[in-house]
Ligand binder design. Structure first.
Ligand code: ADP
Ligand code: ZN
Length: 730
């Protein structure tokens, strides 16, 4: 039971405003519970806050203002306060920023209200049919009994809202009031059940037993793509729901949710709540409130779903747990995979990390016995893992500006003749990574970043992949002014698609790259079309590597297997290994066996050899040994410090000053490297300098970092950000 404060008692309220501490207020009339969401005055404004505890006092109490109102929302539980506090300490983030993460639903304190919804009315025909009217009725008929908001309906029909209103007047469309924030339909754990294989049954039993303990436990669920990991963890979800607790499934990519939702619906007879950036504001509010009121059994979402106000969380699944998108790279720099484990441990829930190619972190935790490890070794049914071979590009005859080797071309031709699909994978968006002037050699760069502009021919623009700035493709060289001498260098997927069209003029070709689709819906439709045989050749970036099921796909051709091995990132080998195995896993998921061909200029590179050998344990052991020897994560700790400012002198001065005053770090045995210009030394007009801190695994790094940076007064306009366990090095 949370503490109650009587009217007039002094309470501390944490607000979402960027202040360094909670502020004191007086409890309002009727008193207030600890954890309650409240509105408080701050200067001339009203702001959102949470009653954090007893006020500090120590000043003129007459001046303390009173809470304006207590919001109609379930108070924050102690476990959420603990969770936010622990992340704040771990990531060195101020608490208000943490609270913002936990309250990302507009109007969460608004009283329940009505909104207008629209569905098919009782009148069959309007007085007069128009094209626009037909479209509206078609949408309503397509979606059976579903109701829409006015805006949704008009958008889906591609008509103006007045058309809908016109149909309402005629009685063809019915307008109704509907309470907001309806509870989610209860999921039925027992609805359908597939017959699990022995291996799957063993894994499922271990997970459901874990759920039944009602205590914390972490499991690494490792299994090749198509081995039934999802099937298995859905059994754990069922057990969790049966025990009357809520479940959360995190997915790395919005594009994956719709496929997953369909599966959940088939298994549990209803759709779960959805939480990600593609969800409307109204729906976000509904999810937030229903989760808090225990009226949402299962949430499927992106990393920020960890901050939803679950009341009785029993299970968190992190699917594709190795995925880099679990690391939040803006604002609060947290890793959702790690925070899922933390949340589960605070709540007394089970956490399942599922992947075909786990992160080295999770692999090491399983090795060390911290996580239970469950393995699914074979694909379900007749499906087998694809054979993997290298194509040694040194031996292939290939003219300039062509990337598909004769060997790969032959393999694709064979598939087309057999009526099967091929996937050509290149992890590079756009048409060409570099645009160069053939007269003077000038390369077109971004005006705001130290990065070259990438040609996006589909959008007819050059784009900076750092800041998103675009400009037209120039006819004239910006440097020497020679006309029509600008030429693309190197391949992106769009250019690869052009080559594919030239090589296979009669084939049906689909290009999948995140920037080619206006909406998640369009992308989903394309993916479904491909899955049902709508393409002979798929050309795609890494968006294709994640989870999608293409039963007719039997060949994967990796255009440049060496791409990820360049660069100094400590995880380069791990990432390449994961990506290549994930992409290859797209082939041969149904009855037909698959083959994966990797084009490489260095077939004897240890990582390429490990990928081909298929001996994953060997790879992880070797990689772990190297990292252990170097004292880097997961066997040592690291923090990246990025200083950025429009003033290049400032960033280096502060960087040097930090390096010179590293005493607080040396005290814990940590080492500082740098300052050095960041690999991308300027982004959005800000110069960037980085320092890297390395420490032993057990060293109290956060406290030392806080002491260290507190010594330096930062000039205006200089931003310092600390990234604990950095995943990217630029
Ligand atoms: P993963 O998550 O490991 O990639 P999935 O759970 O998606 O694997 O399983 C791959 C495919 O095989 C899915 O279409 C799934 O429905 C099917 N499948 C897996 N196990 C079974 C089973 N025991 N019975 C029937 N179908 C299964
Ligand atoms: Zn830029």
């Amino acid at each position: 039971m949370q503490r109650h404060f009587a009217q007039g008692e002094l309470i501390a309220v944490l607000t979402t405003q960027p202040l360094d501490r909670a502020l004191d207020y007086k409890a309002p009339e009727g008193g207030v519970f600890e954890g309650a969401f409240v509105e408080v005055p701050l200067g001339p404004r009203k702001v959102l806050g949470v009653v954090w505890g007893e006020g500090e006092g120590g000043y003129d109490l007459a001046k303390v203002r009173s809470v304006i109102r207590v919001l109609d929302a379930v108070p924050m539980r102690d476990e959420m306060k603990t969770f936010l506090t622990r992340i704040a300490q771990y990531t060195l983030t101020p608490m208000p920023a943490m609270l913002r993460l936990a309250t990302r639903a507009p109007g969460l304190g608004d009283p329940p209200s009505m909104r207008r919804i629209y569905r098919r009315g009782t009148t069959e025909e309007p007085d007069r049919w128009t094209d626009a009217r037909r479209k509206v009725v078609a949408v309503l008929d397509d979606f059976g009994g579903l109701a829409f908001t006015l805006k949704e309906l008009a958008e889906m029909a591609g008509v103006s809202t007045s058309v809908v209103k016109g149909l309402v007047t005629q009685g063809v469309v019915a307008e109704e009031g509907s309470p907001r924030d309806l509870p989610f339909q209860r999921l039925e754990p027992g609805t359908t059940q597939v017959a699990l294989t022995d291996e799957q049954a063993a894994a499922s039993e271990a997970l459901t037993k874990g759920v039944a303990t009602g205590e914390f436990g972490a499991t690494l669920l490792k299994g090749v793509t198509g081995s039934g990991k999802t099937e298995v963890y859905l059994e754990a979800v069922a057990a969790c729901l049966e025990a009357g607790r809520q479940a959360l499934v995190l997915l790395p990519e919005i594009a994956l949710t719709s496929e997953f939702l369909t599966r959940v619906e088939a298994r549990f007879g209803a759709r779960p709540a959805e939480w990600h950036s593609g969800v409307t504001m109204t729906e976000r509010r509904r999810v937030w409130k229903m989760v808090a009121e225990n009226c949402a059994d299962l949430v499927v979402g992106a990393r920020s779903a960890l901050f939803l106000p679950f009341q009785s969380l029993g299970l968190i699944v992190v699917d594709e747990e190795h995925d880099t998108s679990y690391k939040q790279e803006d604002g609060v720099l947290y890793n959702a995979r790690d925070m899922a484990v933390l949340r589960a441990s605070i709540t007394g829930a089970q956490v399942v990390l599922a992947s075909a190619t786990p992160s080295l972190e999770s692999w090491a935790n399983a090795e060390a016995g911290k996580y239970r490890r469950l393995t699914l070794t074979s694909r379900f049914g007749a499906a087998v893992m694809p054979e993997m071979h290298a194509i040694d590009m040194r031996a292939e005859e290939l003219p300039g500006s062509r990337w598909i080797s004769p060997t790969l071309t032959k393999a694709v031709t064979d598939r087309i003749e057999a009526g099967e699909q091929s996937l050509l994978f290149l992890n590079r968006r756009g048409y060409a990574p570099v645009t160069i002037c053939r007269a003077c050699g000038h390369q077109v760069g971004c005006d705001h970043c130290d990065a070259r502009m990438v040609e996006h021919r589909f959008q007819k623009r050059l784009m900076c992949h750092q800041c998103g700035e675009t400009k037209p493709i120039p006819h004239k060289c910006p440097s020497c002014e020679a006309e029509d001498r600008m030429a693309p260098v190197g391949p992106g997927v769009e250019r690869l698609a052009e080559e594919v069209k030239a090589l296979f003029p009669d084939a049906r070709i689909a290009v999948l790259s995140s920037d080619l689709f206006g909406s998640a819906r369009a992308l989903k439709e394309q993916i479904e079309a491909i899955a049902s045989g709508g393409a002979d050749i798929v050309v795609g970036t890494q968006i294709i590597a994640k989870g999608h099921n293409f039963p007719l796909l039997t060949l994967v051709g990796v255009i440049d297997a060496d791409l990820g091995l360049q660069g100094s990132d400590l995880r380069a080998a791990e990432r390449t290994f994961q990506l290549m195995r994930q992409v290859s896993g797209r082939a041969g998921r149904a009855e037909k066996p698959g083959v994966s061909l990797l084009q490489t200029f260095q077939p004897e590179h240890p990582v390429i050899r490990a990928i081909l050998s298929g001996d994953e344990e060997d790879f992880w052991r070797a990689e772990a040994a190297e990292r252990r020897a170097a004292g880097v994560p997961p066997f040592g700790r690291m923090a990246g410090i990025i200083l950025s400012s429009p003033n290049v002198q400032d960033v280096f001065d502060v960087g040097k000053a930090l390096a010179a005053r590293s005493e607080p770090l040396r005290r814990i045995g940590a080492k500082v490297y740098g300052p050095a210009a960041a690999p991308i030394a300027r982004v959005r007009g800000r110069h960037r300098v980085r320092l890297l801190v390395k420490a032993d695994k057990t060293a109290p790094l956060q406290a030392a970092l806080a002491d260290w940076v507190a010594q330096i007064k930062l000039p205006n306009n200089l931003r310092l950000s600390i990234d604990i366990d950095p995943q990217r090095f630029y």
